[in-house]
Design a protein around this ligand. Structure first.
Ligand SMILES: Cc1cc2nc3c(=O)[nH]c(=O)nc-3n(C[C@H](O)[C@H](O)[C@H](O)COP(=O)(O)OP(=O)(O)OC[C@H]3O[C@@H](n4cnc5c(N)ncnc54)[C@H](O)[C@@H]3O)c2cc1C
Length: 437
């Protein structure tokens, strides 16, 4: 609890994505006087809805498109806690489904409800589309991961980790899980981080492997409720203000000349590197040299159409870009609207967005049965969607200097670039800032 006799420590949070929101909320809970700078006019960062009128043609309904379809999993404990803190009932706002790879015309692997580890074993054994030998090999390999406590050499890729698994298991389970969780192809993705994600989803307790699909546009999920909550707590919200400079003066930090006891850089890695180039060149170098992977989202419109499930796995390939399709009508956003997700999208960014949109449309026409011919509504590309989570990657740490901290999905931690990684890092930075470490 803050000491009533002394004024609250002033903390500046730079950036209002999920990491910055988490940092601001946790700093408020620790009695700090928080100022939050966000360069755009809205909170949410990469996990936001697009409120500009050009995002959706005006003859369609008003539900905003999201910057990209997001999914959470039951193991995202810190995200769920943050949502609850700002007053979001996540059992309403998120559709919880047992992990299931459902294809448009056939069932894929699914895990029955219940405790994750036994349900993983039961789900694999029951999946008769794979030969028994393939199922047995996967269970033996997974038992080996368990015995080694889900850790491995830092330099291994996911493909190397799974080299002994049958091709069908790699193709139908490992590759889609890896691209969905890490947005990095299995040939390049860090096996150690992949195992950590598996560990948390298989051992994180009941429901940890469940998929949680937002039933509301992303800004309604966290950014808007968090903004209201922060305002009620007296947070000084500076929307539309991009922090230009940071300097140290004695025990204080000057953010654009304004003094603070602590600063949390929750902006992008590139902006954080710019702001502390002179203060901490080694830290800035690590942040600046991270490589990024793009994600493309293709929104389709097809009045009257309903997919066999809210989320479908698709078969991607050289001419088929998308790995997943989401029925936004079943998720309560907009009936007849669909999101196709293209992760690890670098080759498709090179081909161009128009060609990618058409390829995704053709893929959807081939793989899915539609009530009315689908049309491309919007193609969105986020070129720096997530950092490339490769083996042995040196991520910049949370502490930059005394009283100066970093938060963001790229900051050193066990997770790949995810909402959970962002929220955890914001919480850690706020705790460090409150204790003055
Ligand atoms: C298309 C897409 C799909 C994704 N899908 C998933 C998913 O399914 N599941 C999942 O867990 N994760 C997913 N992610 C990743 C997830 O969105 C990110 O990990 C998370 O949003 C990162 O949050 P952050 O706060 O660290 O960074 P950001 O969201 O980038 O926030 C940084 C904020 O800082 C602001 N800013 C920058 N510079 C300044 C400055 N100088 N002054 C003030 N403000 C500044 C920016 O405007 C921004 O709001 C996806 C990402 C994308 C792009």
């Amino acid at each position: 609890m803050p000491n009533r006799a002394s004024p609250a420590r002033r903390v500046a949070v730079i950036g209002g994505g999920w990491a910055g929101i988490s940092a601001a909320v946790h700093a408020c809970q620790r009695g700090q006087a928080v100022t939050l700078f966000e360069m755009t006019l809205r909170l949410g960062g990469r996990a936001r809805s697009l409120h500009d009128t050009t995002a959706v043609p005006s003859d369609l309904d008003e539900a905003p498109l999201d910057n990209g379809q997001h999914i959470l999993i039951g193991a995202y404990r810190h995200c769920l806690e943050l949502l609850a803190t700002v007053g979001v009932d996540h059992s309403e706002a998120l559709l919880r489904l047992p992990l299931r790879l459902r294809y448009p015309r056939h069932e894929g692997l699914s895990l029955p409800p219940g405790r994750p580890l036994p349900s993983f074993v039961r789900g694999i054994l029951a999946y008769q589309a794979w030969p028994l030998a393939a199922r047995a090999r996967l269970l033996m390999t997974a038992a080996g991961w368990l015995l080694r406590r889900f850790t491995c050499a830092a330099e291994l890729t996911v493909d190397q980790l799974c080299a002994d698994l049958p091709a069908i298991v790699k193709q139908e389970l490992i590759a889609p899980l890896c691209i969905a969780a890490m947005n990095t192809p299995s040939g390049q993705a860090s096996a150690r981080v992949f195992l950590r994600v598996l560990q948390d989803s298989l051992f994180g307790g009941s429901g940890s492997s469940d998929l949680l699909l937002p039933r509301v546009p992303l800004s309604g999920l966290l950014a808007d409720p968090a903004q209201t909550w922060l305002q009620v707590q007296g947070t000084d919200l500076r929307l539309g203000q991009r922090l230009q400079s940071l300097a140290q003066q004695g025990n204080q930090w000057l953010a654009d000349g304004e003094p603070f006891d602590a600063v949390i850089l929750a902006c992008t890695s590139a902006e954080a590197a710019r702001l502390c180039d002179d203060i901490a060149p080694d830290w800035a170098f690590k942040a600046r040299t991270l490589r990024y992977e793009p994600i493309i989202t293709v929104y389709l419109q097809s009045p009257g159409s309903v997919l066999p499930a809210p989320m479908l796995a698709l078969q991607d390939g050289a001419q088929e870009p998308a790995q997943f399709a989401f029925d936004l009508g079943q998720l309560g956003h907009a009936p007849g609207r669909f999101a196709l997700v293209i992760s690890g999208a670098a080759p498709w960014v090179e081909r161009g967005l128009v060609k990618t949109g058409l390829a995704a449309l053709k893929q959807a026409e081939r793989e899915i049965t539609w009530h009315s011919p689908p049309k491309v509504l919007k193609v969105l590309a986020e070129k720096r969607a997530t950092f490339s989570c490769t083996p042995g990657l040196q991520r910049p740490p949370a502490q930059i200097s005394d009283g100066l901290f970093a938060a963001g999905d790229y900051v050193a931690g066990p997770y790949p670039a995810t909402l959970e990684g962002a929220v955890r890092s914001g919480r850690t930075a706020a705790i460090k800032a409150a204790t003055g470490l």
